[in-house]
Design a protein around this ligand. Structure first.
Ligand code: ATP
Ligand code: MG
Length: 418
């Protein structure tokens, strides 16, 4: 038997209904804030991720699914969506009509990480990205939109964590001091962090290894290094969140795993998940559009981890298989033909319909209807054919009514509309 690939999973009914619920809620909620859907492909040139995410990140160094395309190009299954959205924004000159563009996108991402609970190799994200606005107003709005989204899904124990990562004017001084401080304790750092010292010392702040966490406890804070513009920007984000009554914590240890972030970085965590407690992360990336060959346009975005959300929502509202509204039980050849027609016509009229063509006894069919949770059965037997009327029976109240065949679709539809 061929099994699925480790770290990948099938999303089966009834769990798929939870996915639909989350995705539909996101679409509706984000569109209220002016976001439009974009659907980039899952495959891009490897170069795109190397240049945006950064060569010295875990993702690019060891987690990408990369293979040879035609000619000399290397292709990669996207490990995240922002790079693709930025590529599309540049390639299609979406900034030409108006530099301010707001997109959301929903779909699978691929990272060769060690699979564990809450961590998969194909996982799903809902992303939102805003281009062309550097105002701190939009940073606060994104955090607000996210927190309200989780509230709509009844997810509790949430906290918003904020930091500012500065900009190319103020970050280098911090980076230098941080690297020096860390180098003095390199004997206590894990192997990965020793490697990071040179290339990407800020990633050490993010390391989960306990001995690294100890070293990092005494690290300088980027917040003490912010230039005036960055400091004012970050202050304004906080003031707007205060006005909107969104609680947040300032977390100077919060850095994001990708190189392209500037200024505001944020993460939403929940107490309800255990080790993999981050349900969303994001931040500003004011230089990425230009870095990838587009015009200098500021940008900000976030990614929500859908797999973890599904876990949270399923724990509260267990998914269940809802049965058909009408389950047609035809008995006899003529009834089969009638039943087949009504199964199509009723479904097309908007009534959730199922039919059983096995030709088994009424008793057996009723048992199946019960098991499936059918709300009603529509019995068509010899008697019904000769009366030219089918029998609709409510499975709960046991109320029965005879419905003329020639008005069957309208009558049943009217019943469910009311
Ligand atoms: P983590 O710290 O949990 O590894 P991350 O910083 O790598 O997260 P991002 O790249 O910011 O994650 O992605 C945003 C969200 O996507 C995360 O908050 C998380 O909910 C989800 N996510 C990331 N990687 C995975 C994965 N391998 N499996 C399931 N969900 C994931
Ligand atoms: Mg990660």
């Amino acid at each position: 038997m061929i099994q699925l690939v480790r770290g990948f999973k099938d999303i089966l009914p009834p769990e798929s209904s939870v996915w639909q619920y989350i995705e539909n809620t996101a679409k509706q909620h984000f569109e209220n804030f002016g976001f439009k859907e974009m659907r980039p492909p899952v495959l891009e040139q490897t170069e795109l991720f190397k240049r945006s995410i950064g060569e010295h990140t875990d993702i690019v160094e060891k987690e990408m699914y990369t293979f040879a395309g035609s000619k000399d190009t290397m292709l990669t299954l996207r490990p995240e969506a922002t790079a693709s959205v930025v590529r599309a924004y540049i390639q299609h000159k979406l900034y030409a009509a108006d530099p301010v563009c707001k997109f959301y996108t929903i779909g699978p991402m691929f990272r060769k990480e060690r699979p564990q609970k809450g961590r998969y190799r194909q996982f799903h994200q809902i992303n939102a990205e805003v281009f062309g606005v550097d105002s701190p107003y939009i940073d606060a709005q994104l955090v607000f939109m996210l927190m309200r989204f989780f509230e709509r899904l009844s997810i509790g124990g949430l906290s918003a964590h904020l930091n500012s990562l500065g900009c190319p004017a103020c970050r280098p001084a911090f980076r230098k001091d941080l690297a020096e401080m860390l180098a003095g304790h390199s004997d206590k750092l894990c192997e990965d962090c020793v490697r990071r010292l040179d290339k990407n010392p800020m990633r050490v702040l993010d390391c989960k290894v306990p001995s690294c966490r100890e070293v990092v406890a005494d690290a300088p804070s980027m917040l003490d290094y912010l230039c005036e513009d960055c400091a004012l920007h970050f202050k304004a984000v906080q003031q707007i969140l205060d006005k909107l009554e969104i609680a947040y914590e300032i977390d100077p240890g919060l850095v994001r795993g990708l190189d392209y972030y500037t200024r505001t970085a944020f993460e939403i965590q929940t107490e309800e998940l255990g080790a993999q407690n981050a349900v969303a992360g994001g931040g500003r990336y004011d230089n990425l559009v230009e870095m990838l060959g587009g015009p200098a346009q500021p940008a900000i975005g976030f990614a929500v981890g859908v797999d973890r959300l599904v876990e949270l929502v399923s724990a509260k509202f267990p998914a269940y298989d809802s049965g058909p509204q009408v389950f047609i039980l035809p008995m006899g050849d003529q009834a089969m033909e009638m039943g087949a027609q009504f199964a199509c016509l009723l479904a097309d009229a908007g009534v959730i319909t199922e039919a059983d063509f096995s030709g088994r006894s009424l008793k057996a069919l009723m048992r199946r209807a019960d098991r499936m949770g059918a709300e009603n059965v529509l019995i068509i037997g010899e008697q019904e054919i000769s009366d030219n009327a089918a029998l609709l029976r409510n499975m709960k109240t046991r109320h029965q009514q005879s419905i003329p065949m020639d008005r069957l679709v309208e009558t049943i539809r009217a019943e469910f509309d009311g």
